[in-house]
Design a protein around this ligand. Sequence first.
Ligand code: NAD
Length: 283
Amino acid sequence: MTISKVGVVGAGTMGNGIAQVCAAAGFQVTLVDVSTEAIERGLSAVAGSLERLVKKEKLGTADKEATLAHIKGTTRYSDLAGADLVIEAATEKEAIKLRILGEVDGLLAPAAIIATNTSSISITRLAAATGRPDRFIGMHFFNPVPLMTLVELIPGLQTSDDTRTTIEAFATRIGKTAIVARNSPGFAVNRILCPMINEAVFALQEGLASAEEIDRGMMLGCSHPIGPLALADLIGLDTLLSVMEVFYQGFKDSKYRPAPLLAEMVDAGWLGRKSGRGFYQYG
Ligand code: NAD
């Protein structure tokens, strides 16, 4: 099938980046969130991101305006009706995703595809909650979406080959390189990344080193471009906690238990960059 209209549900950290890369590739994008404030925040994040590209002379002003003109922000799910592909990028809570998927499934044409950007929840289980499990797939982007070229594709048990090849081609059209991973908590990349970050939080909690030293150690000693605690702030501590909880429940293995400090920081509302405070403070 041909994809020309794309819907994105959730205008947060990931959703606005996904909307941006789809719009930049020439797709008409409808971006849905629960409130006008969330939509305005998302659209202004896109404008800011495009403006930074203009300043770095990687993008012309006309292309910036064209990309912005391709995105329509809305709080009405019904505006998704004509989409060929809807990418769900809302909060990492299964109950929220199930509600959204139920709603979206009922609106779309039978041939349309639904993808989810979940970091950890079973694609097979989410697919089974829709009336189109063969046209459902995991499409896991990386943060920040406009800069990170990887997308992990996760077919569920029911995903058809046709859906997979359509989404592989779509990923290429929006400038991403795809790897395919099996459906398992955290798929391939987060299965490795998130326990590493969680361990860095344990190291901080146990006083092994300061946050700055842990991050500097991993950057200078392991060639990581960003330290694990700074990366946790970028990802969002609530998202990271949800992912570790899914691992812990999914594998029933104590090696995946979330670090208590991570849970306490989420309780305090210290979610990282998006709330202005995490392991570091943001202006
Ligand atoms: P976020 O908290 O920044 O944004 C979530 C957005 O979803 C918010 O704007 C919220 O208002 C919106 N939302 C909640 N309920 C909704 C509903 N019913 N309808 C429409 N919108 C709704 O979260 P995020 O970091 O953008 O994460 C979104 C998804 O992407 C999650 O599944 C997460 O696991 C995944 N993900 C996150 C990262 C990351 O680094 N943050 C990386 C890859 C994948």
